[in-house]
Write a protein of this length. Sequence first.
Length: 626
Amino acid sequence: MSKAYEKNTITEDGQLLLKKAERDQIETVWDRYEAQLPQCGYCEMGLSCRVCVMGPCRVDPFGEGPQKGVCGADGDIIVARNLCRMIAAGAAAHSDHGRDLVEVLAEVAEGRAPGYEIKDMEKLKRVAAEYNIETEGKDPLKIAGELAHAMQEDFGTRKKELTLVKTAPEKRQELWKKIGVMPRGIDREISETMHRTHMGVDNGWQSLLLHGIRNALSDGWGGSMIATEVSDILFGTPAPKLTAANVGVLKEDQVNIVVHGHNPVVSEMIMLACQSPEMLKLAEEKGAKGINLAGVCCTGNELLMRHGVPMAGNHLVSELVLTTGAVEMMIVDYQCIMPSMGDVAACYHTRMISTSDKARFPGMTHREFHPDNARELAKELVTAAIENFENRGEVYIPVEPVNAIGGFSVETIVAALGGTPQPLIDAIAAGKIRGAVGVVGCNNPKIKHDYGHVTLTKRLIENDILVVDTGCAAIANAKAGFKVADAIEFAGPGLKEICGSLGIPPVLHMGSCVDNARILVLASALAKAMKTDISDLPLAAAAPEWYSEKAVSIGVYTVASGVYTVLGPMPPITGSMNVVRLLTDGLNDVVGAAFGVEPDPEKAAVLIRRHIEEKRENLGLPFMKL
Ligand code: BF8
Ligand code: SF4
């Protein structure tokens, strides 16, 4: 174990590869973070504005310098505007990803997407029914076409409200209507945020933030939910699968291909190509024992959930995965792919391929995937990766992989419980499980890599709180060994008993970041079964190491759905005490939940436990005072 790198990451593979990176003179995200210090205080507080060219402006937080921008906007307005723009960008990222899937579904319906098909017929019919599409005796491709069309309308402006919003508990829907945040078209809310935050439009910090909530809801109950549902329809609804995590999943004697990004449209085709006998034969001819596909970040989570494809690492180690020298090819789509990746790869034999018409990167070869060429292009790329095997130099894979189980869709969780959420509710009522928490989100060099996720998760499960996770948090917890049946040894006695009897780990991998929609569906199912609202349940969420605009959108729709959410890093809002008070307290009176901010996961665990016990007390369940 390397002492010098312990301050950056708790992971053994991360520490050892950081040492290797230093030896190879590779600059990493941590080096660049340090070079940026001290970061701009105005920006950190949300008090700088470059919305127009009368600026850029800043408001002095100490009251000595300017208190208003050139246009007259004060700190409250500037902070609220900046936050809303973060929500819009995050909602756009998730929702545009959803749109890409809907477009593939439409192409499948037209027979123009060779290699793609409808994998989950039951889900196709169930989701179609939500859209009031008649399915009885109808050809599945016709249903798929009509569903794709109806979903496309959700993106536009033809409806008063998004279709899937009606799957939320009724009380929640009524509340959203009452306070005027019922999301309409997905694109419409994003576009309206950009309009409202233009100079001289919405200058009420409260009304801005209220629209920010509506925009975020259009992501959670719209774009992200559509992304998840259509991914399940096209690629199958996940069920528990054995897999493995950390850089040790790379294989010295095989061709290693790593997929990085978010959209399964590309990675699923790569996986199929990797499995084809023709490709396996070619790999053998080139002296490799096989083709090993691994994931990084959320496209990795998508493959892990559905096929058990192993996970090489999460966001902050994406550069380090390349320093193993073992990766023949990395294929990326979009989101969270550092623009430095091409530079790192240039020091090894790794070939870097970008695939999305909307995402280019320095040092990568651009090979664009579209539904009509995806199958053939995937084969071409895998062939090129195999041919690159002989160009390998030194290989350094310093750790053994950790086993994990992934693939807990709501469907499989409910099935494991015997077809209804009732046993889970009974366990919560009896106090064997005190509550459930979604630990989600990214890595961020401001927090020691994986420390936030792993520490918080450990404290929660040892206090009988069930953890569900997604995104980079889920990868961190897989690497920490929390996702095997034996991990019940880390759990408190009640959680251990329940998970032990069901044969499931105490930490359930629910997928990628768009799959936070699955957590909404689960929370909604619990609330409906208990005939109450989500905000009454002993639930919470946490994003201990978040960094991205997507995470801001997720946080806001989670709180707006009634779930207390604790953030690790502070969002850029401290320049306005009005905004801080609203988000951390005032929202309780508006949506029945608010944010907490606590970078220390030990303290975050206490905040969450206290919240859960309070909710239990309110429900008349046995509770303990903390
Ligand atoms: O969508 S958790 S670092 S990879 S943003 Fe990105 Fe954050 Fe990872 Fe996935 Ni989500
Ligand atoms: Fe400055 Fe106002 Fe323009 Fe922002 S919108 S840059 S505060 S003048």
